[in-house]
Design a protein around this ligand. Structure first.
Ligand code: MN
Length: 303
């Protein structure tokens, strides 16, 4: 099934080019009080939500996918994890280009770099778009398969790992290039785009065999297949859960293939992953330039 969130926090089942509004299914979620749960309630209760949504579906109001503002299918992840340099050809292009590796050779491989965290505040859906934070710095697209964790996972082995997955989505790991830590460069507001919907795990038997691509203004920039992962989804979950407990709704960006390139305000991004779909994302900029930003830029760190 394909579950989306749209407009003013409505819930939808995606049926071809149509969304069935099943927001009423959210009524079965427990009423949360302070302190609020530090994980995503909808994903924690996904099976019940999907059953109720399925029951509501025949009588549901329908709306065209293209007529709504698509939000991130997960509203409240406790963590956004991400894999750096997880495609060999992207590792090669990063090694050759100081603008990409930020003069830090120790981060060339996922084995030495490990995973990194993006701020949960950076999360948006495709309909909300990317707002370029530092127009004077190089900012790139990275298209990635995103894994949505379905249940609490602590020290999970790769053999069992896929049983902890609720589903998959398309992600954009928007990245400012430079020498700062990844968490700093990749965490501005809107720099983690997830959508267009959650495809439940039962529909994707092998996350390591999916074509993925991204086009900017109609020009294909990245095109690969997840069979070229250095570490596959099971290994990434094993690695992540060896370090942190994963919770329902936690998101894992799995790494980007070769072909990363700059984006600018006014660009239109089209990101596609086989068996998930396509998401359209517009890029814009704020008018305000922070004085601190200007200071960072003057170090020349962005090459
Ligand atoms: Mn990335």
């Amino acid at each position: 099934m394909r579950l989306c969130r749209f407009d003013d926090n409505r819930l939808g089942l995606v049926d071809g080019s149509v969304i069935r509004d099943v927001t009423g299914a959210l009524d079965l979620l427990p009423r949360a009080g302070y302190p609020f749960p530090a994980h995503d309630l909808l994903i924690e209760h996904l099976d019940e939500i999907l059953d109720r949504a399925h029951a509501l579906s025949p009588q549901a109001r329908t709306v065209a996918v293209e007529a709504v503002t698509l939000l991130s299918p997960v509203a409240n992840p406790s963590k956004i994890l991400a894999a750096p340099v997880n495609f060999e050809k992207h590792r090669e292009e990063a090694r050759k280009d100081s603008a990409l590796h930020g003069n830090n050779p120790s981060t060339f491989t996922i084995h030495t770099a490990g995973l990194f965290l993006k701020s949960v505040g950076s999360l948006v859906g495709p309909g909300q778009g990317v707002v370029i934070r530092l127009p004077e710095r190089r900012t790139d697209h990275e298209v990635e398969l995103v894994v949505v964790i379905g249940k609490r996972a602590n020290q999970v082995s790769r053999r069992d790992a896929l049983s902890y997955v609720a589903g998959y989505a398309i992600g954009l790991d928007i990245s400012i290039r430079g020498t700062e830590d990844r968490s700093f460069r990749k965490s501005p507001d809107t720099y983690s785009v997830v959508g267009p919907w959650l495809v439940t795990a039962d529909e994707i038997r092998d996350p390591g065999a999916l074509d993925l691509r991204i086009a900017v203004n109609g020009e294909v920039r990245q095109q690969s297949n997840t069979r070229h992962f250095i570490l596959g989804v099971p290994e990434l979950i094993e690695m992540a859960s060896s370090m942190y407990t994963l919770h329902p709704g936690d998101l894992m960006f799995t790494g980007t293939p070769e072909g990363v390139s700059p984006i600018h305000a006014g660009d239109h991004i089209e990101a596609t992953i086989e068996q998930i779909g396509t998401m359209d994302v517009d890029v814009r900029t704020d008018e305000v330039i922070s004085p601190y930003v200007m200071n960072v830029s003057s170090t020349g760190a962005s090459q």
